[in-house]
Ligand binder design. Sequence first.
Ligand code: NAP
Ligand code: G4F
Length: 339
Amino acid sequence: MARRALITGITGQDGSYLAEHLLGLGYEVWGLARGQANPRVSRMRKLLSDVQVVRGDLLDQGSLISAVERVQPDEVYNLGAISFVPMSWEQAELTAEVTGMGVLRMLEAIRVCSGVSRGGSSSGQIRFYQASSSEMFGQVSETPQTERTAFHPRSPYGVAKAYGHFLTQNYRESYGMFAVSGILFNHESPRRGAEFVTRKVSLGAARIKLGLATELRLGNLEARRDWGFAGDYVKAMHLMVQSGRPEDYVIGTGRMKSVRELVEAAFAAAGLDWERYVVTDQALHRPAEVDLLCADPKKARAQLGWEPHVSFDELVAMMVDADLRLLSTGHDPDDGSWS
Ligand code: NAP
Ligand code: G4F
């Protein structure tokens, strides 16, 4: 019988790539989707017609219990979150509820539905994956960051993720649950939300190239990130859940680039000189910035055999190409009020 996976955050970037990967491996895939008439659900159904949808919300404990009872999953991937860091200052409580407490509600749904009690064993239970984040490292104490690097989150989002991370560890230790966290560094793709800097830049360069815009406004160009391709990273999520022992892993490329280098690469891919078009705007700087993030993914390589395949330059070119094609069809994704 096919293994059954339940994915929260199915309408997001990672949800779509993970669903495709699991369907390709022969899984029966269910996505948890919220809202009464969520337009992102219909868009997701067009892209992933084989995914079955179950209604639920990370804010609603009963809905998560019902979803687990209905789907009877072998594996649960908790990707649902408020994931945009600037929003977490403006809606800190909501971020804590969805991104932090949502993890507790999902773990409780699994614990209650599988009848796990204290000191239980992880064999034969629902396996749980938590989408932890390199944002937990925040103001980094060492570079590169490993599974042992201390956390110093710099945003309400980072703090909420740290709560979810420790809680996942705690349920593993308290109840013997097979619960793991992937500490994923930034990963991007043509499906990335338009509010995040990589997609904002690829869309900006493509709009200027096609004569649809004349400038691109950005915040801090000096911040450095370890950027990889989302399609590579969802494979690591699956590998962690298959491993013999539940453990946490850092996932990234081990290479850092600045926002300035990202902009240079994207505009060059569109055949443009970025300095003629990019304007910096103090209003887009954050109250507390994470200056740099760089992964040490040695443990994942050694224990899971995982490694990234798409380079930074390939990723940027892929995103700019995709946005040139998309905008040429007359479709321009809204980047909301966060521009
Ligand atoms: P994303 O595109 O922003 O997707 C977030 C998903 O969460 C959406 O499907 C959204 O559904 C769902 N969601 C929001 N509020 C919810 C609620 N109350 N109940 C249930 N679902 C809710 O994020 P992503 O880039 O795919 O990232 C996936 C996960 O990995 C997130 O937890 C993120 O924090 C974490 N992460 C991402 C990165 C990265 O670089 N991408 C790195 C580290 C960790 P709606 O369509 O209903 O809004
Ligand atoms: O693309 P970003 O918004 O991603 P950020 O804050 O690093 O968070 C992403 O990665 C995390 C993993 O480390 C995830 F957990 C999280 O869910 C999310 O997926 O910003 C990247 C950098 C920041 O330093 C920001 O200050 O780009 C800088 N930046 C400069 N100008 C900008 C802009 N970011 C955005 N979004 N928009 C700008 O105009």
